[in-house]
Design a protein around this ligand. Structure first.
Ligand code: MSP
Length: 502
């Protein structure tokens, strides 16, 4: 049987930025999807990396008195180290200054030029220095662009407009291509206006830190034309065709602010190269602090490392994945974090684990009891448990990580109620095997939930499964082994106590 394949990417982050929760969110989301798909047996490839060219990098390097490449080498570990700390399982980390990328960008420029999709012209228009691109009158009026000036320059243009009709048809014919649905409609709305051509060069006299245009050495290429190509240069386009064919097309996870570059610039570039379009472009919302976007310039960023230090990596991963609903913005507050942690991880999951293991220790000699023949009450838990794996798999294949987590927590909540109703601590006094059966059922539900939570909380779950003596178990009901001695262990998710202000 042919294996499914799954190729997932994050945006490549600007090397100048200090990584914050917004960057961590997309990367953890990609990691969770990659881990799930690997566990499902899919041939998986997970790419992230850094965007290292352009004016801002050049200026920042100048300020520090460093050559731009040295500046990038200095800053790159801020991201790669954070990903290690966050348990990110990326298969590759691409930097756009690497030779393997530069050579592909240049070969693509040659190819697109040769096929007639690049031409030169003199253009006078409004240019946003901050955004590093020409903008339209309408964009300038929106007030969202900084450092706008009139610029007259000879440049190279990519014939984006030529592919407009084909792109509209493609988006309409493939409803799952741009997700969520409202983002697809936003792009179709944008495409109702005539699409201009894309200026893809910058004269070296103005900007030298970029990839040189092979057919005109006086220019470097526009940073977005360069950056988007990372998604194919990293997997061997024009260098390792087998690898390229094995993984392309990709699922691109991006923030909503870079939807146009991905669904219009990138797709038309792919059309011109005669390559298949991405499998999906998924635009998530923003993490907000109060009403505003979290961003360096606003000075309201939450630093992932601070949170990790306080609450641990897995709690941070769980929070980010459960709190952001598919495609909408989410509000980050320390209070929300604590609320979510205490209710889901400390109360629901952690308490259940403490409770069952405590009762097993007290009444059953610390040994996992026999499963026995399920009663009708046990059967209700078994039914939910058996249905959970396929349900979660379907949700994950549809990028609905928050809903998948909610389903898992629903099983845990059901089991907490079942424990209350069955009261195995009382039952032990009259019918010890029946009490054992209840505890087996509850522990098995915990094990199954833990297996499904592995992609989100790899470290904690590994500990839970080790405690239960089933480190490599899977998703079939009943893999928990009776007769295994449970070791003593400290609480895995201690409650966060909030000091009350007096
Ligand atoms: N370098 C480009 C991407 C090139 S991809 C070929 C870039 N980099 S970035 O570092 O500025 O932003 C990367 C991603 O972080 C974007 O998807 C953006 O949406 C995301 N976020 C930045 N701030 C964010 C929040 N506050 N919340 C969620 N994500 C946000 O753009």
């Amino acid at each position: 049987m042919k294996r499914n394949k799954f190729y997932v990417t994050t945006p490549i982050y600007y090397v100048n930025d200090a990584p914050h929760i917004g960057h961590a969110y997309t990367t953890i989301l990609a990691d969770v999807l990659a881990r799930f798909h690997r566990a499902l047996g899919d041939d998986t490839f997970f790419l992230t990396g850094l965007d290292e060219h352009g004016q801002k990098v050049q200026q920042a390097a100048e300020k520090r008195g460093l050559a731009p490449k040295q500046h990038c080498d200095d800053l790159a570990p801020r991201f790669s180290d954070l990903w290690k700390t966050l348990g990110i399982s990326n298969d590759d980390f691409i930097r756009t200054t690497e030779a393997r990328h530069v050579s592909v960008v240049q070969a693509i420029l040659q190819k697109v030029h040769a096929n007639g999709d690049i031409y030169q012209k003199e253009y006078e228009g409004l240019y946003s220095v901050a955004e590093e691109r020409f903008i339209t009158e309408k964009e300038a009026e929106s007030g969202q662009f900084r450092e706008v000036k009139t610029l007259k320059e000879k440049n190279y243009f990519f014939k984006m407009s030529k592919h407009q009709d084909r792109l509209i048809k493609y988006i309409e014919d493939n409803p799952g291509f741009i997700r969520p649905e409202h983002r697809k409609n936003e792009m179709l709305g944008f495409l109702r206006q005539p699409l201009g051509d894309l200026c893809i060069s910058r004269p070296k006299a103005r900007l030298s830190w970029g990839i040189e245009i092979p057919f005109d050495r006086d220019y470097v290429t526009y940073v977005w034309f360069d950056a988007l190509i990372n998604y194919i240069s990293a997997i061997g386009y024009m260098a390792d065709e087998d690898k390229f064919k094995r993984f392309w097309p990709a699922v691109h996870l991006i923030g909503k602010d870079i939807l146009t570059t991905h669904s219009i610039y990138w797709t038309t570039m792919l059309f011109s190269l005669d390559l298949p379009l991405p499998e999906a472009i998924f635009a998530h919302g923003w993490w907000l602090m109060g009403e505003s976007k979290m961003s360096k310039s606003l000075g309201n960023v939450v630093r992932p490392l601070d949170l990790i230090e306080q609450h641990g990596v897995d709690a941070v991963r769980y929070y980010l994945m459960s709190e952001m609903n598919l495609g909408s913005d989410a509000n980050f507050t320390p209070e929300n974090f604590i609320k979510r942690y205490n209710s889901d991880l400390a109360n629901d999951f952690g308490n259940l684990l403490n409770r069952v293991s405590g009762l097993i220790a007290k009444n059953h000699g610390g040994i996992i009891p026999e499963a026995g023949t399920p009663s009708s009450a046990d059967e209700e838990v078994v039914v939910t448990g058996r249905a959970l794996g396929p349900k979660v798999e379907a949700l994950i294949r549809d990028y609905k990580v928050d809903e998948a987590l909610n389903e898992i927590m629903n099983l845990i909540r059901q089991v907490n109620k079942y424990m209350e109703a069955q009261a195995p601590w009382k039952l032990a006094k009259t019918d010890l095997p029946a009490a054992g059966r209840v505890l087996y059922t509850a522990t098995e539900a915990l094990r199954l939930s833990a297996v499904l939570l592995k992609a989100v909380m790899p470290t904690k779950v590994a500990t839970v499964l080790e405690i239960l003596g089933v480190a490599d178990s899977g998703l079939s009901w009943g893999e928990l082994k009776s007769g295994v001695l449970l070791p003593a262990f400290p609480p895995l998710f201690p409650r966060i106590e909030v000091e009350k202000k007096v």
